[in-house]
Design a protein around this ligand. Structure first.
Ligand SMILES: [Fe+2]
Ligand SMILES: [Fe+2]
Length: 177
């Protein structure tokens, strides 16, 4: 039997989200703090990775979940209410993603704003909800646990791999200029 490369899943995930995580505007999210010692870009990479893994587990749509997980907090505001989800959905349209992804992004704060925005339904929506929650839980617990240590070193191994890829891409782009 053919053995899968140990990074098979991360490579597949890169194939789905690579064009977004290397996007100049999207990378500006690194300047925004999110969940204590993490930045918003990292939170979105974590959420996308969790959404992708959960989608495998629950047989949801890998591409929809990974992309909605990645874009769900694509905004540059400090808004905590559901309105940041509406802004993120508007920004996500830049990447020409499906209506389902936009709907999931827009309603990821459900039940907040439930009377004002149309909510996405189904398995993909719940996968992204759980992924967002898991990423937030991971980030906040790590920030608290390692408060006094080198918090800049606390990253998911997968997040490291994706960030390395985005950096390689940027260096290559600069060389080509
Ligand atoms: Fe959010
Ligand atoms: Fe989030």
């Amino acid at each position: 039997m053919l053995k899968k490369h140990p990074h098979f899943h991360i490579q597949e995930l890169r194939g789905i989200i690579g064009h977004i995580i290397t996007d100049k505007d999207f990378r500006k999210l690194q300047a925004h703090r999110h969940h204590m010692f993490f930045n918003r870009y990292e939170h979105l990479l974590n959420a996308s990775f969790f959404a992708y893994q959960l989608a495998r587990l629950f047989r949801a749509d890998l591409e929809v979940c990974a992309l909605a997980g990645l874009l769900h907090d694509y905004h540059f505001t400090t808004l905590k209410s559901y309105s940041h989800a509406v802004i993120a959905a508007k920004n996500a349209k830049r990447f020409d993603v499906s209506d389902e992804i936009i709907e999931i992004v827009q309603s990821h704060m459900y039940p907040l704003g439930r009377s004002k925005i149309k909510r996405a339904h189904g398995r993909n929506f719940w996968v992204v909800k759980i992924a967002d929650f898991s990423a937030a839980f991971f980030e906040i617990s790590y920030s608290i646990l390692f408060l006094q240590f080198q918090h800049d070193r606390i990253k998911l191994k997968r997040t490291h791999l994706l960030m390395e890829m985005a950096e390689e891409f940027e260096q290559k782009n600069e060389k080509d200029k």
